[in-house]
Design a protein around this ligand. Structure first.
Ligand code: COS
Length: 339
């Protein structure tokens, strides 16, 4: 995948990536979702939340320093926003960054950080001044920095091929040049704009995983015989396959439409949240039906549906829970109506 340029799918060509449009990116992500939701994380963060803050708000010097090595796969990037006490309420994060001479000194713990065990660079969100969103800044912190250490590997229900752990910052020194964009107080908006794209990427993953689950369930239903015939002949089984096909098609259309809108320069905060909400809930239902069609065999680790069932549960949780997507959609609706 490294040789084929997968680590730099969305990094601009000027920095050594393939510079795919969002529409092109989601087409690739459909395939990654089909193949392995967990393995996707290794390249997914370089093409999404790991690099996007830098692409959106980094200085030219910061981009030139890191993006070419990310695009080649030499440098794995990671996005460190979540904390033990700051999940859905990201603006309440407590990690602090205090200016000390030519450096910032960072203190705090970041939780569930995807790719942390492999990362060479973390985009760390920390509080430089005051309460709330306006007090948050983003820093590009090298993994080898003194004072940065990793917690024990997280033991997860699924997505075990995606490695996550705590990132602990204990008087970790980062040079002033590590401040993303060179300006304090922009970090929260960088995180939100990054997640707008990241959520669309996750929605595309859900579509790919759903298509794989339907393929597995259909293949099994055509082979498995009960009452003297393939179970695919039974209308109750057909109804499950048909609902899954219809719902995954709807999600696919949403994701492609939102991606095209983003490529045309539109703000897709609402469309990204709609896509992630619908697609992640959809793939949960599709995985559940796939296990049902397999019957007892679907509960066994012998078939991929058991792993997919566990893997796709995460999509309703990370990069914003379903409830956070509902909140974003409703807030945007009300803002538009009252503007
Ligand atoms: N793009 C640009 N700016 C945005 C934005 C977006 N999508 N969303 C919010 N902002 C801006 C707002 O305009 C506001 O700026 P001003 O004060 O200048 O108007 C600022 O950011 C704060 O926004 P808001 O008041 O809406 O922040 P809240 O604390 O109410 O929280 C939610 C917003 C809940 C949407 C946010 O905390 C969130 O997304 N939480 C989930 C976090 C998440 O996804 N975690 C997963 C981590 S990665 S696996």
């Amino acid at each position: 995948m490294r040789k084929l340029g997968f680590f730099g799918l969305t990094i601009p060509e000027a920095y050594g990536g393939l510079g795919l449009t969002m529409e092109e990116e989601v087409l690739v992500v459909f395939e990654l979702g089909w193949a392995s939701p967990a393995f996707r994380s290794l390249i997914g963060t370089n093409n999404g939340i790991g690099s996007l803050g830098l692409i959106l708000d980094g200085t030219e010097e910061q981009k030139r320093r890191y993006l070419p090595r990310m695009a080649s796969g030499e440098l794995i990037a990671s996005f460190a926003l979540t904390e033990p006490e700051a999940g859905s309420d990201a603006a309440s994060l407590r990690c602090s960054a205090v200016r000390d001479g030519d450096d910032y000194v960072l203190n705090g713990t970041k939780r569930f950080i995807t790719n942390a065990p492999h990362a060479g660079l973390f985009t760390v969100f920390a509080r430089t001044r005051g309460e709330g969103a306006a007090g948050i800044s983003a820093f590009l912190v090298d993994a080898g920095s003194a004072g940065l250490s990793l917690g024990k590997p997280d033991r997860k229900m699924g997505q075990r091929g995606a490695h996550t752990c705590d990132v602990i910052l204990d008087h970790c020194r980062a040079p002033a040049s590590a401040l993303l964009g060179g300006v304090e107080g922009l970090g929260f908006k960088t995180a939100m704009r990054t997640l707008d794209r990241g959520r669309l990427h996750i929605a595309a993953m859900c579509v790919g995983a759903a298509q794989r689950l339907i393929h597995e369930a259909l293949t099994y239903a055509l082979e498995r015989r009960q009452f003297g015939q393939p179970i695919a002949n039974f209308q109750l089984v057909q109804a499950m396959l048909a609902d899954s096909r219809a719902e995954s098609y709807a999600a696919r259309c949403m994701v492609i439409d939102a991606a095209r809108r983003r490529d045309s320069g539109a703000n897709v905060s609402t469309e990204a949240s709609c896509s992630k909400l619908f697609a992640s809930e959809m793939v949960g239902r599709v995985a559940d039906r796939a296990v049902q069609i397999f019957g007892g065999a679907g509960y066994m680790a012998d078939y991929p549906v058991e792993r997919f069932y566990r893997d796709v549960r995460l999509y309703r949780l990370y990069e914003g829970t379903s409830q956070i997507q509902q909140l974003v959609i409703a807030r945007n609706l009300i803002r538009e109506a009252t503007a």
